[in-house]
Design a protein around this ligand. Structure first.
Ligand code: AMP
Length: 172
């Protein structure tokens, strides 16, 4: 199965518009994964366990991403492969890495989160576990992926919004 990109439609839940999530962002401790996914969109870059590393490195490069989820034929999550796994293997098997399969390099015990998890707790788990990617699950299926980069970008946008609001308050 070729590496694939499966865009999903945006969650149309009116309770979770971008502007509302930005306002909610003023209380950083209350933010959930749902807020970030509503803004980022639901998209999943995936590959299969029998794909080659040569194909995956092109997928990572072409889409400017650092990790890809590994799904089986039923679209169940069976692993995750990040650029770090590939760099380690390049050091271990110089000149012989690209023909190897995803199954040989991927991490099988994948830590996941749900839409209702707090962003701070997900960030804590990523920091403690020393990984930067977390698949988001809903009803047993992968519906997105958040990275440390996504969380930082989301918080920065919210802080800029907050600063603008404060400035408008002062200027009147
Ligand atoms: P990363 O920092 O995400 O590039 O990943 C560092 C290491 O952790 C690599 O070996 C990944 O395969 C692994 N990894 C990445 N994300 C997760 C996750 N959500 N659960 C478990 N391992 C992960």
């Amino acid at each position: 199965m070729p590496a694939s990109y499966q865009p999903h439609t945006r969650d149309d839940d009116p309770e979770h518009t971008v502007s509302q999530s930005l306002e909610t962002n003023l209380r950083a401790a209350d933010l959930t994964v749902r807020h970030l996914i509503d803004q980022k969109g639901r998209a999943v870059f995936s590959t299969s366990a029998d794909e080659t590393i040569g194909t995956v490195v092109r997928l990572l490069r072409d889409n400017d991403i650092g990790a890809v989820m590994v799904l089986d034929a039923q679209s169940s999550l069976v692993g995750i492969l990040s650029e770090r796994d590939i760099v380690r293997r390049l050091a271990d098997t110089p000149g012989q890495t690209l023909p190897q399969t995803v199954a040989e390099l991927m991490t099988r015990n994948v830590e996941t989160c749900t839409l209702d998890d707090l962003l701070v707790s997900v960030l804590r788990r990523m920091t403690d576990g020393r990984f930067r990617h977390m698949p988001v699950m809903e009803n047993g299926a992968v519906i997105g992926l958040i990275s440390v980069r996504d969380v930082v970008r989301y918080r920065l946008t919210a802080l800029e919004y907050e600063a603008l609001q404060l400035k408008q308050l002062i200027v009147g």
